[in-house]
Design a protein around this ligand. Structure first.
Ligand SMILES: O=P(O)(O)OC[C@H]1O[C@H](OP(=O)(O)OP(=O)(O)O)[C@H](O)[C@@H]1O
Ligand SMILES: Nc1nc2[nH]cnc2c(=O)[nH]1
Ligand SMILES: [Mg+2]
Length: 159
């Protein structure tokens, strides 16, 4: 288990994805967006709205089972995007860069962007917004839910 978590709320994800759109609009125009499912789908929807982009393709790379990393398996190819020229590839984050490497090999001419990046994956990304340390696990809003937490005083008694 990684020692720390970085919890991202819906609000923060929306704000950070819009910050990404501000960076990307200067680099356009874009033919379309390739979202890396599943994590890239929501940032892709937010960025597509800001860039007024209606053409969305997807690529599916299965690399993790919850926090356990395995060998990347391609579940869907981005057929509409050719070699990636003029296309924007979006994911929620780059961690080790395993997923990004597979997608870059498929779409060598695309611009690759993520909202969050860890140091090992950073060199594989053209544009990102927020960096977190390698030993941090990012918790997205779809990974979490609000729940009751005992008052500090009670949790101290239990210890
Ligand atoms: O840089 P890497 O080490 O490859 O990690 C980054 C990838 O891991 C997560 O996807 P995941 O495989 O968990 O699938 P999901 O998006 O469907 O949840 C995340 O959404 C990135 O796509
Ligand atoms: N939710 C989530 N998925 C990941 N996949 C690889 N790294 C991460 C991470 O930090 N958070
Ligand atoms: Mg993913």
């Amino acid at each position: 288990m990684p020692p720390r978590y970085y919890t991202v709320s819906w609000d923060q994800l929306h704000r950070d994805s819009k910050a990404l759109a501000w960076r990307l609009i200067e680099r356009g125009p874009w033919t379309g967006i390739v979202a890396i499912t599943r994590g890239g789908l929501i940032p892709a929807a937010i960025v597509a709205r800001e860039l007024d982009c209606r053409l969305i393709e997807s690529v599916s790379i299965v690399t993790y089972d919850e926090e356990k990393r395995g060998e990347p398996v391609v579940a869907k190819h981005p057929l509409a995007a050719g070699d990636g020229a003029g296309w924007l590839v979006l994911d929620d984050l780059v961690d080790t860069g395993t997923t990004a490497k597979v997608v870059r090999a498929m779409l060598p001419k695309a611009h690759f962007a993520t909202v969050y990046a860890k140091p090992a994956g950073k060199p594989l990304v053209d544009t990102f917004i927020t960096e977190v340390s390698q030993d941090t696990w990012i918790l997205f809003p779809w990974d979490t839910e609000a729940q009751f937490i005992a008052p500090i005083a009670k949790s101290m008694i239990q210890k």
